[in-house]
Design a protein around this ligand. Structure first.
Ligand code: EPZ
Length: 420
């Protein structure tokens, strides 16, 4: 079993370059199935979810050439719509994008009910509602989702819940539908805009991504032939911003889009951190103990749920009593039990947690319950006194490229060790 061994109380100092966004990449890769041609994708993060998706597309018949660690050329002219590796699709949440893209391209799709991080209930009713509105029949049985349509016809879809996945899936299914589709109450995350920009680069006609109303005029086919660069990862950038504060350090974060980080910048400054920003980079540094805050996670442009655990580490060692309300997921506080093993004083109840700030955390063996909790525990180990061991690294490797290397370059004493 692998673990990270971290010797703490190490202020992180220096520069980090942010990778391409995981949550854009895991939608853009399946979106290439809509193209009857080839395309090249640059700035892909080198993470296991991306490699897994490339394996799935290869099984479906796509030809994938790795031009470099972060760039692929995909030829999707000869795919077999029925040859989907169902068991592999169960391994992660984003596999449900195969439904939208294969429904759009082949008018049929079948995937395993998606797995992914255990954050509580992860319904897909809004995805199904969108496909049915476009004219598809969707059957969920035997642990699989099967979608079929004679024809997909543009329509109006009102999302009952602001959903990143459902917004993207509806867009994927609508791109080759007949006529116009309007998605109302759409999610506005940067990765949604990135998927729309990718599809438009390949010949789609999508307007309004990034607002709550997206209009898609169906086109006959996507020819591809272009190159697209994945947007920098807003959540990875936010992770390093908060790591600068938790470790009492000073980090310059390169290749980020500060416009996507407004809610995090505002909170870091509000609790007493320092931020200098300039379009595609920002510098975050610690000068004095941070003080309490109230955080409510919300869809973009609100404070992102994917930075909630990382913010929890900062609040656990801030002065005063802080509160986090998690409005997106039912169960995203498992990490607080791990921080309490390190001396934090956190009481989590349902979708809220109260943090009584302590001066210092101390090392302990801790277990990541999901991707972002894992990143938070690494931050905690870097800030804490002593030698912390972080387990369940597979969660972290899904979404952070070379995370220990990036932290090590900032001065962290961190090693990946195989434990017999
Ligand atoms: C995406 O998940 C991200 N994953 C998650 O990031 C992120 O936490 C989430 O968006 C919110 O930003 C990927 O992009 C692969 P949602 P998704 O649909 O699309 C409810 C990470 O760490 N809902 O926006 O699954 C749902 O229960 C991961 O990178 C329905 O009710 O999230 C939740 O309360 C973790 N019905 C809310 O909407 C539906 O049909 C938001 O979920 C769909 C969602």
């Amino acid at each position: 079993m692998e673990k990270l061994v971290i010797t703490g109380k190490t202020p992180l100092k220096g520069e980090v370059v942010i990778s391409g966004a995981k949550n854009a990449a895991v939608a853009i890769i399946p979106a290439t199935l809509l193209i009857n041609g080839t395309c090249t994708i640059e700035n892909l993060p080198n993470i296991s979810d991306v490699r897994l998706y490339c394996d799935i597309l290869t099984e479906i018949g796509a030809k994938i050439t790795w031009n470099s660690e972060h760039e692929i050329t995909i030829d999707t002219r000869n795919i077999d719509c029925n040859n989907i590796p169902i068991e592999t699709t169960r391994k992660f949440r984003a596999s449900y994008y195969l439904l939208g893209s294969l429904l759009g391209r082949c008018k049929s799709a079948k995937v395993g009910i998606p797995g992914g991080c255990n954050l509580g209930a992860r319904p897909i009713d809004q995805h199904i509602k969108s496909f049915e509105a476009l004219g598809a029949n969707v059957d969920v049985s035997g642990g699989n989702i099967v979608a079929k349509a004679k024809k997909l016809k543009g329509t109006s879809i009102y999302m009952d819940v602001v959903s990143v996945g459902a917004t993207i899936n509806a867009m994927l299914a609508a791109v080759l539908a007949e006529g116009q589709t309007i998605i109302d109450n759409a999610a506005k995350e940067p990765h949604i805009v990135d998927v729309a920009n990718f599809l438009n680069t390949m010949g789609a006609d999508i307007r309004g991504a990034g607002t709550d109303i997206i209009k898609i005029n169906g086109v006959k086919e996507l020819k591809g032939g272009a190159t697209y660069s994945v947007v920098p990862d807003q959540i990875e950038a936010g992770t390093f911003m908060l790591a600068a504060i938790a470790s009492k350090g000073d980090i310059t974060i390169r290749n980020c889009i500060t416009k996507h980080l407004e809610s995090i910048i505002a909170k870091v400054v509000e609790i007493g951190g320092n931020v200098y920003e300039n379009g595609d980079y920002c510098r975050v540094w610690y000068t004095r103990r941070t003080h309490k805050a109230t955080i409510k996670t919300l869809p973009y442009p609100g404070f992102p749920t994917d930075l909630q655990p990382q913010m929890g580490v900062v609040l656990a060692i801030s002065e005063g009593t802080s509160v986090i309300n998690e409005s997106i997921w039912d169960s995203r506080f498992q990490y607080t039990a791990e921080l309490n093993k390190m001396g934090a004083k956190i009481t989590a109840q349902g979708k809220s947690a109260v943090f009584e700030g302590v001066h210092e955390l101390s090392a302990a063996p801790v277990y990541a319950s999901d991707l972002r909790a894992g990143a938070a525990l690494i931050m905690a180990g870097i800030a804490a006194k002593g030698k912390t061991e972080v387990y369940n690294l597979h969660h972290i490797d899904r979404g952070y490229e070379n995370i220990e290397e990036k932290f090590r370059k900032l001065g962290a004493k961190i090693e990946r060790v195989i434990e017999e």
